[in-house]
Design a protein around this ligand. Sequence first.
Ligand SMILES: C[S@@+](CC[C@H](N)C(=O)[O-])C[C@H]1O[C@@H](n2cnc3c(N)ncnc32)[C@H](O)[C@@H]1O
Length: 260
Amino acid sequence: MSFDPLRRAVRVAPLAPDLVGRALIGRIARRIAGKSIDTAFGPGINTRATIDADPRATIGALLPNVPVDQLDLYEREYEEIEHEIVERAKTRTLPMPSLWRTEKQTGLVLYTLARAMEPQVIVETGIANGWSSIIFLRALAKNGSGALHSFDVRDDVGKLIDESEKGPWNLHLLKDGTLPEFNGILDTIPPIGLFFHDSDHSYLHMRLEIRMAGAHLAPSGALCSDDVSLSHAYIECCEELGLEPRLLVDAHKASGFAVR
Ligand SMILES: C[S@@+](CC[C@H](N)C(=O)[O-])C[C@H]1O[C@@H](n2cnc3c(N)ncnc32)[C@H](O)[C@@H]1O
């Protein structure tokens, strides 16, 4: 694979103080506004992505041919699962902060994509307590087929996941968390029907990891990411693949979705 982004990052290094300044202003603005896309997105972002505040707008754009009553059914299923995970979380001692969880509206879009597109292979990076893993595992169980490949670097992940849910689960603990190690495992599994990034959110890691996943994406696969407001990494990956990203502003973060 090419390391163009690395060369690019080196070229933009002199801009770092400006980026730090903008990130700080973004944090302050978010505190004041409650929720907003980071100012790091900058002017003109609307020409590179569509920004949604309502998950049904995101879902409608990504799945235009799925009937509304079907989408309503998926939403009802998801509401039950979300409630169940919230209750389960209250009864367990969890090693990672609850703030790391996939947020509610983001989870709805991920669950709906997993139900409607019936991917045979889902890949996620970043498991933490297992919130997003459960969303995918429950969608696969309802679909009746498919496998989830979850990647992380810590061995205390997935504490929220029940044994009874682990049938389609393939846990990959990366020994040193490197991208070549991740890419090597992607080479051994079939094309990805749905990818979700939620691991290391630094620009370079996101840019390269999502690019690697994109290179393994099935012809009608979905490329998704959490925390897309931290840099342009996700948008750049979509542009590279000719995908049109939808960015969803959730409670504290923004997530990105695109379907090939
Ligand atoms: C934001 S949390 C994931 C939250 C999870 N998706 C959920 O819904 O609860 C980030 C996770 O990424 C993992 N991580 C950090 N660097 C990583 C890397 N290089 N590769 C894979 N996972 C990584 C962390 O150990 C942590 O479990």
